[in-house]
Design a protein around this ligand. Structure first.
Ligand SMILES: *Cc1c(COP(=O)(O)O)cnc(C)c1O
Ligand SMILES: [Zn+2]
Length: 400
C-alpha cells in the first residue's frame, strides 16, 4: 500500500463487488470488479465512534458526518458547505390533494451550492481527485453532475471536462458548467452514449490524468448517503418511506446505503421503504418491476421532459433493485403531465420550486397513496433533487 492510500481512506475501508462479493483494498481507481465486472460498493469499518448526540453542535452538512465517511479524518475537504438542506413539511399541498393521515416532508436539495444533490457527491469525489493529484475530473452528465463537477473542480484548481448529450441538457445547467470554466463536449446521442464514452475513455487509456466522477464511482456515492443521515438527524425518527427520482440510480442506492449503515452501527432501529420514481418514457426499472422482472429492459431512446432522469440504461440498476427489494419498497412511473402538475402544486401551495425530475416524487406520492402502497399514519420524505432555476425553459414553455 502506498502512503497516499493509507492516508486518503480510513483504516479498514474496503471495496466489495455487489455481484460476486469479492473484497478489494480501498483504491480510488478501482470502479469495476476485476473478476466479474460488477459494480463496487464501499464497505465501511465495522465500528465507528460517533452518534448524533455527540456531533449535535456541528454545522449541518455532508462533513458533519465525517466519521461515517470513508475518507481519513485528517483529509482537508474541497467544500462549499454542501448538504444541510431544509426539510420542509408539506401542509397546504396535502390538504389540496386531499391526502389524509400522512406526514410528508420535502428534502430540498435545490438549496445546495450549485442547486442539486450532486454537490454532496462532488465534495467527496473532488476531494479525492485533488488528493491523488490528477489534472482534472471528467463526467458525462444530463446537466447537474456537470454543473457540480465544474464548480468543485474550479474550487480545487483542477480541470473539468464534461460530456453532454447534445440538446438534452437544461439551460441553467449548461450555463453553470460554462460559468465555472468546464470544457464542454457535446455528443450526438443520449446520456447513456455520453457515459459510455467517458467510461471507455477512462478504462481504456492507461493515463490517469482525468478522474471520472460519474456515479459508477463508488466514492462519490459516499457523499450522497449523507441525505439519509440528515433525514434521521433532523426528523429524530426513521421515516416509513423515502421517495427518490431515479435516473442512473446512484442516489437511491446511496441513500439506502446510508440508512443501512446507521442501522448497522445501532444508530437507528428501523429502516424506511425506498420508493424509486421514473418518468414513463424513461422507466426501464419501473416497467421491469411492474412486470415482476429482476433485470431492466434498457431503453434506446428515453423520452421525458425531466431531462435529469432521461436515462435508458441506468448504470447502477443492480444496486437500486437491491435497495428497493431489501427495503420492501417499489418502483413507480409517472407521466410528464403528472410531473408538470406536481411542479406547479409544489410551487403554488408551498413555495417550493423544483426542476421536473424532482417533481416526480410528489407525483409518485400521489400514486402510491392512491394505490395503497403508502398507508395512513406514515411519515414520508420526498427527495427534491434539484432547483427550479435549473430548467426555466420548461416552466415557461408549459406556462406553469
Ligand atoms: C442526477 C439527478 C437525478 C437522478 O439521480 P440518479 O442518481 O442518477 O438516479 C434526479 N434528479 C436530479 C435533479 C438530478 O440532478
Ligand atoms: Zn465481482
Amino acid at each position: 500500500m502506498n502512503k497516499h492510500k493509507s492516508r486518503l481512506f480510513k483504516e479498514n475501508v474496503l471495496l466489495r463487488c455487489i455481484n460476486c462479493g469479492s473484497i478489494y483494498e480501498a483504491d480510488p481507481w478501482l470502479f469495476i470488479c476485476p473478476r466479474c465486472r460488477g459494480l463496487l460498493e464501499v464497505e465501511m469499518p465495522s465500528n465507528i465512534e460517533v452518534d448524533f448526540r455527540s456531533i449535535a453542535n456541528r454545522r449541518m452538512g455532508v462533513w458533519k458526518y465525517k466519521e461515517l465517511l470513508p475518507l481519513g479524518n485528517d483529509i482537508k475537504p474541497i467544500t462549499m458547505g454542501e448538504g444541510g438542506t431544509p426539510l420542509i413539511k408539506l401542509s397546504r399541498v396535502m390538504e389540496a390533494l386531499n391526502i389524509n393521515g400522512i406526514e410528508a416532508y420535502v428534502k430540498f436539495e435545490g438549496a445546495n451550492p450549485t442547486g442539486s444533490f450532486k454537490d454532496r457527491g462532488m465534495t467527496v469525489g473532488v476531494t479525492i481527485a485533488k488528493y491523488i493529484g490528477v489534472k482534472g475530473v471528467i463526467v458525462a452528465s444530463t446537466g447537474n453532475t456537470a454543473a457540480s463537477a465544474a464548480a468543485y473542480a474550479a474550487r480545487a484548481g483542477i480541470k473539468c471536462i464534461v460530456v453532454l448529450p447534445k440538446g438534452g441538457v437544461a439551460k441553467g445547467k449548461i450555463a453553470q458548467a460554462l460559468l465555472h470554466g468546464a470544457e464542454v463536449m457535446e455528443l450526438d446521442g443520449t446520456f447513456d452514449d455520453a457515459l459510455e464514452e467517458v467510461f471507455m475513455n477512462v478504462t481504456s487509456s492507461n493515463s490517469r490524468d482525468l478522474y471520472p466522477l460519474n456515479s459508477y464511482n463508488p466514492w462519490r456515492l459516499e457523499g450522497q448517503k449523507t441525505i439519509a443521515f440528515e433525514v434521521v438527524d433532523e426528523l429524530g425518527i426513521v421515516p416509513d418511506a423515502v421517495i427518490v427520482p431515479v435516473g442512473n440510480a446512484g442516489n437511491i442506492s446511496a441513500i439506502w446505503k446510508g440508512f443501512k449503515e446507521l442501522y448497522r452501527y445501532g444508530l437507528i432501529r428501523e429502516l424506511p421503504r425506498m420508493i424509486g420514481i421514473q418518468a414513463e418514457g424513461a422507466a426501464p426499472l419501473a416497467s421491469a418491476w411492474s412486470r415482476g422482472l429482476d433485470t431492466p429492459q434498457f431503453i434506446e431512446k428515453p423520452m421525458t421532459i425531466a431531462s435529469a432522469i432521461r436515462i435508458g440504461r441506468p448504470v447502477n440498476w443492480m444496486k437500486a433493485v437491491r435497495a428497493v427489494r431489501e427495503s420492501k419498497g417499489t418502483f413507480i412511473s409517472v407521466t410528464d403531465e403528472e410531473i408538470l402538475e406536481s411542479i406547479k402544486i409544489l410551487a403554488r401551495f408551498e413555495g417550493i420550486g423544483v426542476e421536473p425530475a424532482s417533481a416526480t416524487t410528489l407525483a409518485g406520492l400521489i400514486k402510491a397513496y392512491n394505490n395503497g402502497i403508502i398507508e395512513r399514519n406514515s411519515t414520508v420524505v420526498l427527495i427534491a433533487t434539484g432547483h427550479a432555476l435549473k430548467d426555466p425553459d420548461t416552466i415557461i414553455r408549459y406556462s406553469l
